[in-house]
Design a protein around this ligand. Sequence first.
Ligand SMILES: *Cc1c(COP(=O)(O)O)cnc(C)c1O
Length: 426
Amino acid sequence: MSDRLPGFATLAVHAGAQPDPTTGARATPIYQTTSFVFNDADHAASLFGLQAFGNIYTRIGNPTNAVLEERVAALEGGTAALAVASGHAAQVVVLQQLLQPGDEFIAARKLYGGSINQFAHAFKSFGWNVVWADSDDVASFERAVTPRTRAIFIESIANPAGSITDIEAISTVARKAGVPLIVDNTLASPYLIRPIDHGADIVVHSLTKFLGGHGNSLGGIIVDAGTFDWSTGGKYPMLSEPRPEYHGIRLQETFGNFAFAIACRVLGLRDLGPALSPFNAFMILTGIETLPLRMQKHCDNAKAVAEFLGDHSAVASVNYAGLASDKYNQLARKYAPKGAGAVFTFSLKGGYDAGVSLVSKLQLFSHLANVGDTRSLVIHPASTTHSQLDDAAKVKSGAGPDVVRLSIGIEDKEDLIADLEQALGA
Ligand SMILES: *Cc1c(COP(=O)(O)O)cnc(C)c1O
């Protein structure tokens, strides 16, 4: 073996996996079992006490899921990862380690619609308070910092308009405030952007989207960059204080630069319970093997479709960071030089009615609430995912009444353009 480090495509196929030691199976087996036999009583006690690593019960860990965790950690350049049942579960588990009731976190206003709901409403019942900031105005994050701030949350490529966030600038604000920067990297995937290289401390994903990539399995993952010192200022007692459920050990002291991933597993996943099915882990692992190929095709198709729409007389504007004229093009060149992703919006001269009509006329595009499928998808956010927001909030989050969102798949771009042409023209 040479000592060169494996490249991204090699990691996407191999990281975390090896032939099954008992059967020789080359694909990672689905360990469809709830529990694992202990060697003896001492072994059982050491597993429960966190003195040894090993399998206990699939709610806490599973060998199929472990391969997925190692693979995504390698692709993102993190120290460790934890797979969970969905992207939303990842967000709950992350913030549960960081916030006590009454604490705050700052979140970019341009976010996946479900995250806006989760942060603004569901988290209120835990006593976690979201403070909104504008990802186009880095100073708005600085102004939002208070002594109760415990984290900053942004998306690398933001839903729904595919805008690019200046991760490095916001990571500087986080560092000054002494709080971790959490980046939802779902729309970029590590193929396009690796937030840890730009100062992120924690990366979360909805694996449901581009990483799984085939629109068939829900999943989420948390990647620990291993960069944050949890012991400062007593702000993160879950990590720095003795844990009564584990004989008084301190997680940061014991686990060092992967303490956060451990906390998410042994305090978050164990007690909240959103475990990923090993079957879904297998489906997502299979998807990740082709991530570099798919992502490049997604991006190349998206650029071609965005260019077509930009020239169409029924279209008022196109928001795609991959276009030279786009206001995020500069950031796209810096953060995502291989392509600006495959999710973007455009607005129609005919407003709300034209948006609803377009969605009903498209044939190859599926009208549904998802992104990051092999298939091309379309949605009119104002009448669906963002319908619960008032008009001003819709516009602020990039989902005004005239806006249509596309998630471009890996079909032939000529067929996608032909479908849009007939739907816009008719
Ligand atoms: C879909 C999505 C989520 C939520 O993930 P689920 O797997 O649906 O729970 C979070 N963030 C972004 C950017 C998403 O696209």
